[in-house]
Design a protein around this ligand. Structure first.
Ligand code: GDP
Length: 478
């Protein structure tokens, strides 16, 4: 993807010729991200139309103009700018649905912790009576994050447990109740042939198979209604509907594994048609997924992704911002998420000051050092994965990068105050570079390579500053 952008950078305007190659790359990237072909086609058409009518704003490059068009369209496809939160209510009742193994139980715990951080009291309800281990898992999770779990073992019906769980929640004055449900197995489409007179006719319905693709459960009921249409219900889907009717949740969230790829479209459609979801949680976004599932959810259901899971730990849940996902899909990194993570690791004033530095396109060795120190506070070089162009970095490269940063740190530490504030002093003087090399115990070549890295990073910051200004300017026009 980065290659295509480079091809554009010398031109002054967007033209059919210079956008052709980058657009091809974008198309390829979307298909690689497992976005379904019809969605990609519609998307590319819109992007092309918008890109060609696009004026390139003075002070920015055509590259940035195209990135902006693509990123805006991607954002639009996934909803609109800004994250959607849970629906309000007292108590807030969140019904969790999804296939087995997607991370649903984990997501219950994460969501509970998310609500707890907002000073809300939370109760979790375990209704998966088919797998006693699932109840134990939720109870254990609850203990770990200090959130009580309501359960009645495996001999009471899930609908009854859910109902009594909500009653308990109301009675004890909990602000929110999260209901975990039994995982449906993989759903896939089949064709069957039946008609009202008992003769066979072609129609489509849903069968449940396990994750290995073996047929597991065919206990759907085929009811032929008076109009001769078939109504199909898997037992578990019926149960989910019954639970929903009994507890009237404020949110029904479908938990989707981000690695599901194109199949996500069918899955989301089935669940949304059956139980009318209010949104989705996309899990395992820390994996290799490029986000194709994220694009499908909104397209087929019209419902927003509200949260995403980015790890196995309980605090690995983030609100979902379509605009940030757009930049992640584009391989531009996720600078805003980085800044949000930074906000929890560094002080608000510091973050503001840094943001201002970036917006003013100033970047010196002090900033460089500060960023490295903040990065360290946030988990070290792993955070680099969120930087523009770094999302495909390997563990080995991360290790090397970390080593390099440490070396840079030792060089900056021995610089004079004026050198830190004005990097050009070092760039212009071999004598200064030699002194820094000697004092930090490194070679002059290494100091030169540090200067090169720094210059590159500074250039990136300048680009970022321009893009941020572009966004701010647009935000003000809206
Ligand atoms: P359930 O069957 O849908 O309830 O799935 P679980 O909650 O038991 O999760 C299945 C597996 O996925 C567990 O090993 C979780 O630790 C893991 N998992 C869940 N969410 C995430 C996530 O966001 N990232 C990663 N890497 N693993 C996750």
């Amino acid at each position: 993807m980065e290659k295509a952008w480079k091809l554009l950078s010398q031109d002054a305007k967007l033209s059919p010729e210079n956008v052709k190659e980058p657009l091809k790359e974008i198309r390829r990237a979307l298909l690689e991200a497992d976005v379904s072909l019809p969605v990609v086609r519609r998307f590319m058409k819109r992007v092309e139309e918008k890109a060609l009518g696009q004026e390139v704003i003075v002070g920015t490059t055509p590259q940035m103009a195209l990135v902006k068009v693509v990123s805006d369209e991607l954002t639009e496809l996934m909803g609109s700018k800004g994250a959607k939160d849970l629906e309000p209510g007292f108590p807030q009742v969140v019904l969790m649905a999804g296939l087995q193994g997607v991370g649903k139980t984990t997501a219950c715990g994460k969501l509970a912790l998310y609500l707890r951080k907002q000073k809300k009291s939370v109760l979790m309800v375990a209704t998966d009576v088919y797998r006693p281990a699932a109840i134990d898992q939720l109870v254990k999770l609850g203990k770990a994050i200090d959130v009580p779990v309501f359960e009645l073992g495996t001999s009471v019906s899930p609908v009854e447990i859910a109902k009594r769980g909500i009653e308990e929640g109301r009675k004890l004055g909990f602000d929110a109740v999260i209901v975990d449900t039994a995982g449906r197995l993989q759903v896939c489409s089949f064709t069957v042939i039946v008609d009202t007179a008992g003769r066979l006719q072609v129609c489509s319905f849903t069968v449940i198979v396990d994750t290995a693709g073996r047929l597991q459960l065919c206990s759907f009921t085929v009811i032929v209604d008076t109009a001769g249409k078939l109504q199909i219900d898997g037992d578990m889907m019926t149960e989910l509907k019954d639970i929903k009717a009994a507890i009237k949740p404020t949110d029904t969230l479908l938990v989707v594994d981000a690695m599901t790829g194109q199949e996500a479209a069918n899955l989301v459609k089935t669940f949304n048609d059956e139980v009318d979801i209010s949104g989705a949680i996309l899990t395992k976004m820390d994996g290799d997924s490029r986000g194709g599932a994220a694009l499908s959810v909104r397209e087929v259901s019209g419902k927003p992704i509200k949260f995403m899971g980015v790890g196995e730990k309980m605090d690995s849940l983030e609100q979902f911002f379509p605009e940030r996902m757009a930049s992640r899909i584009l391989g531009m990194g996720d600078v805003l998420t980085l800044y949000e993570k930074a906000a929890t690791a560094i002080k608000e004033e510091d973050a503001q000051a840094q943001m201002q530095r970036i917006l003013s396109a100033k970047f010196d060795f002090n900033d460089f050092l500060k960023q490295w120190q903040n990065m360290n506070n946030m988990g070290g070089a792993q955070m680099m994965k969120l930087l523009p162009g770094f999302n495909k970095i390997s563990e080995k490269q991360l290790y090397e990068a970390e080593k390099k940063f440490k070396m840079y740190e030792s060089m900056i530490n021995v610089m004079e105050e004026e050198e830190r504030a004005d990097p050009d002093l070092l760039a212009k003087s071999a004598g200064r570079r030699r002194r820094v090399a000697q004092a930090s115990g490194h070679s002059e070549t290494e100091v030169t390579s540090m200067m090169a890295s720094f210059t590159q990073m500074r250039a990136q910051m300048v680009t970022m500053s321009k893009m941020m200004k572009l966004n701010t300017a647009e935000g003000q026009q809206d």
